[in-house]
Design a protein around this ligand. Sequence first.
Ligand code: NAP
Length: 304
Amino acid sequence: MGTFNQKRVIITGASSGIGAALAKQLAGSGATVFLVARRKNRLEAMARAHRGPIGAMHAVEGDVCAKPASMNSIERLALEVNRLYGPAHLVVANAGFGVTGSLDSLTLADFRRQFETNVFGVLRTAMAFLPQLKETRGTLVLVSSVAGHVAPPGVSPYTMSKFAVRALAESIRAELAPHGVKVVLVSPGFIDTEIHQVDNQGAIHEAAIDGAPRWLMADAATAARAIARGIRWGRAEVVVTWHGKAIVLLTRLAPWFIRLLSRFMASTPSPSTPTAPSQKARPVPRKSARKKTPRDRAPSRRRG
Ligand SMILES: NC(=O)c1ccc[n+]([C@@H]2O[C@H](COP(=O)([O-])OP(=O)(O)OC[C@H]3O[C@@H](n4cnc5c(N)ncnc54)[C@H](OP(=O)(O)O)[C@@H]3O)[C@@H](O)[C@H]2O)c1
């Protein structure tokens, strides 16, 4: 994709973090961006604030976990965008959150909840827009993580989901190439976003403090610029942050070192363990969030 000017772009998870920053970046480059997330008020504020001479933003309430027949499903959204504006050129399956904890503190339901958003939500997005991307010979971007290359202790649901997204990207890239559809895998390291505010149930704790080391973190705008560059240049994978690149390289060149590091991390409190969502901080309810249990408030490791 040489230029974003006048391209129709769908971004899921556009109400904060990487998705919001990428939406601003692409709209600023002339794209018409459909912002998809559950918090429509945030999307509307972003769309109102966009003042570029070119490009546009449209706020669309959507839940990547919603059933196809629901008003806010990704399938319905795909049909509406096609009917009203025409087929999408670029689809970014970015919506996600992190379920963390040691295996003995988790249930099957925790893993299922994680997969419902991070894996099936990505899959639903890809499937819903695939016919349009074939029509435009467009680009599908799947947001995984450096945790899709390396699996540190204490984050097994999250890292399993991100490995699955990477596997999906690698598998369908060759399948879709004859149709002219490019697949770009995005693997960020630590990015300064709101991901640490979201607990295992998907409830938000606005007062939660991110425990990831600040010196390792990149801001979301920097990540968005790197991702946009990778899409423009038709890269197979965009690894964001220098430490992310170093970790991915180490998993290939020195897997024994990564295993050693994991053992060390498992035996010591992780420096990236965030302050647990504050007990005083009131969770902001999301439609999909269920009643919290004491286990939900246990300290969790940083996703990312
Ligand atoms: N930050 C990092 O360090 C890091 C590192 C590696 C990978 N990533 C990945 O990057 C992606 C974006 O995360 P972020 O860091 O930008 O976190 P974030 O600031 O918490 O953003 C997550 C976005 O996903 C949306 N979302 C969550 N569940 C959704 C659902 N069911 N349907 C629609 N939208 C949903 C949220 O919007 P609503 O709540 O409004 O729906 C929000 O806009 C995720 O896939 C994450 O795993 C992040």
